[in-house]
Design a protein around this ligand. Sequence first.
Ligand code: GH3
Ligand code: MG
Ligand code: MG
Ligand code: MG
Length: 303
Amino acid sequence: MSWTDMARNGRILIVDDAMENIQILHQALQDEHDVLFAMNGAKALHIAQNQRPDLILLDAMMPDMDGYAVCRALRESGATRDIPIIFVTALKTPEDETRALEAGAADFITKPVNAAVVRARVRTQLTVKRQSDALRELTLTDGLTGVANRRGFDEAMDTEWRRCARARMPIALIIADIDHFKAYNDAYGHQAGDDSLVQVGGAMRRAAARPQDLVARYGGEEFVILLPQEDKRGAEVVARKLLDEIALLAIPHEKSGASPWLTLSMGVASLMPADGLLPGGLIKTADALLYEAKAGGRNRYCL
Ligand code: GH3
Ligand code: MG
Ligand code: MG
Ligand code: MG
């Protein structure tokens, strides 16, 4: 697949107060892309929030909210911040162009537009967007197991903590640590150790299956599960499911002591995010409970 093919089929939002302009752009793009449109700034922000277009073509001069204000509002919201914006406008002085770029536009096209140029510039921006999305995904993912890495966890915790605080909902955290994993590596080798980390990552994803749940590799053989809008009881269900999933893996571990299979121990904590509380407090509590589970004989959770 060539890079131009990759940039096809994106979802484009056209924003312009004149139907005639929308029709011209729609005509230029409809064969390659899904096209949405809005005839004022407020509508554009609403569609951008709810339908997450891959790219926005934005008119500068509109009554009420002009393109610059729309651009700034899009940049202020986490959900729309990364959507590239191309200004399409009759304004054509260097000052106009500079102002658009400073407001956060990725590119600038002057009216009257040429269909082939619009298509080419749209494709370019979609390609850049896809590459930066892929790069971002890579920086947030653990290379061995495919679950989120520590950075991915930190970002999700930050976002979900604030979301739960606003919604007055609890947030739960499970910290899981593989039992006697040093002995496992010593007995079966580092490669077998890595293989079992991959399997444990898969088991964790099966145990925490809601779309908002996040599994991350927190460190070496330590994993976390972030469960937004879940109280202790809900988190306990996930912890129990995880013990079952790990048992189903049936990874032999003769040097484990308590069990002939690979097992893990967990700390399970939940709280209501509120003023004065920080995510670090939740992590600390779950960590202390993990320690209790280890001291209590391993292959169990404490809450
Ligand atoms: P405990 O039951 O108390 O958790 O004992 P443990 O041996 O699991 O704990 P400890 O923290 O002493 O050892 C963790 C081991 O995990 C040390 C290291 O060899 C292993 N480990 C950490 N990261 C990796 C990794 O990426 N791959 C492999 N194969 N092993 C790892
Ligand atoms: Mg206009
Ligand atoms: Mg450990
Ligand atoms: Mg361990």
